[in-house]
Ligand binder design. Structure first.
Ligand code: SF4
Length: 286
């Protein structure tokens, strides 16, 4: 819970504030960019919301914040913001919110599919929340839980047990108890239109999940840079091998997709042709 006593001086005066417990995970800045931006090593409120849409976006950020670092000075009923997660991104893809400090605030997602279509797939995991768990069950639960890499395992054991889901992960990052371990660097079709693309680099066992040649769940392999204005990779957060990551990026660039939905960093959507150009630019930049 955010503390007024620890509110950062960099916040503009008013209702919302960020306190010094912020871990700089970026979530609030992409969920509610009109309210939050970055100042030094933290987020801050750069402008108070001035309409209902901005206020609700800031409330979503408050609920999603992994460390409870966002506070309000006025009374807010946060029920609607909490109940908004899983939040539709597009089509059957949902953002789960409730980011977990254990994964440094990584985003997680749910692909909602019919039981006959293979059932739902969770991609990485949120922190545990009873209401969210209930709403995921109402959406059909999850049969598979795909983990992009070892940093974002978080509460996956609890979620897998609760949902009765099979955890899928690359063997080079796999943690104890994962039910299915994948090998190699060649694409692996889990089901028609659900393809794992191993992308070692950020970690040895990083992998992306591609759904319907449209949605790429990229973990920490690739994201959009708001400041650079193009798709990029985290050079300063490459824990394994940057050259290996570059080769992974070249293999990934052969695939078609429109969305990049990362664990960290900003999501983006382009046409397939534009995304090809974005990937080309990313590779050139790397
Ligand atoms: S979501 Fe929370 S921890 Fe993450 S940058 Fe914003 S205030 Fe900081």
């Amino acid at each position: 819970m955010a503390s007024r006593e620890r509110a950062l001086d960099s916040n503009v005066p008013g209702d919302f504030f960020v306190d010094s417990s912020c871990i700089d995970c970026d979530t609030c800045r992409w969920l509610a960019p009109t309210t939050f931006d970055r100042a030094g090593e933290h987020s801050r409120v750069h402008r108070q919301p001035d309409d209902d849409a901005e206020r609700f976006a800031a409330e979503l950020a408050l609920v999603a914040c992994p460390t409870g670092s966002i506070g309000v000075r006025e009374r807010h009923d946060l029920e609607a913001a909490s109940a908004a997660f899983p939040l539709v991104v597009e089509d059957e893809v949902h953002h789960l919110g409730f980011h977990d400090e254990a994964s440094f605030g990584a985003a997680s997602y749910l692909i909602v599919r019919s039981a006959s279509g293979g059932g739902n797939v969770m991609v990485d995991v949120p922190r545990w929340n009873d209401g969210l768990a209930r709403r995921i069950v109402e959406l059909g639960g999850a049969r598979r839980l795909f983990l992009t890499h070892v940093d974002d395992v978080g509460a996956s054991a609890r979620w897998a047990k609760f949902l009765g889901a099979e955890r899928v992960m690359h063997e080079r990052d796999a943690v104890a108890g994962v039910e299915r371990e994948l090998e190699g660097v060649e694409p692996i079709e889990l089901e028609p239109e659900l393809v794992v693309v191993p992308t070692p680099g950020h970690t040895a066992g990083s992998a992306c999940l591609l759904w319907r040649s449209k949605f790429l769940f990229s973990g920490d392999h690739v994201a959009f840079s708001r400041s650079r204005g193009h798709v990029y990779a985290f050079r300063d957060a490459c824990w394994f091998d940057w050259r290996v990551q570059l080769e992974s990026m070249k293999r990934l660039a052969r695939f078609d997709f429109e969305w990049i939905l990362p664990g960290h960093g900003t999501r983006c959507r382009f046409t397939r042709d534009e995304m090809k150009e974005q990937m080309r630019r990313c590779i050139e930049w790397m």
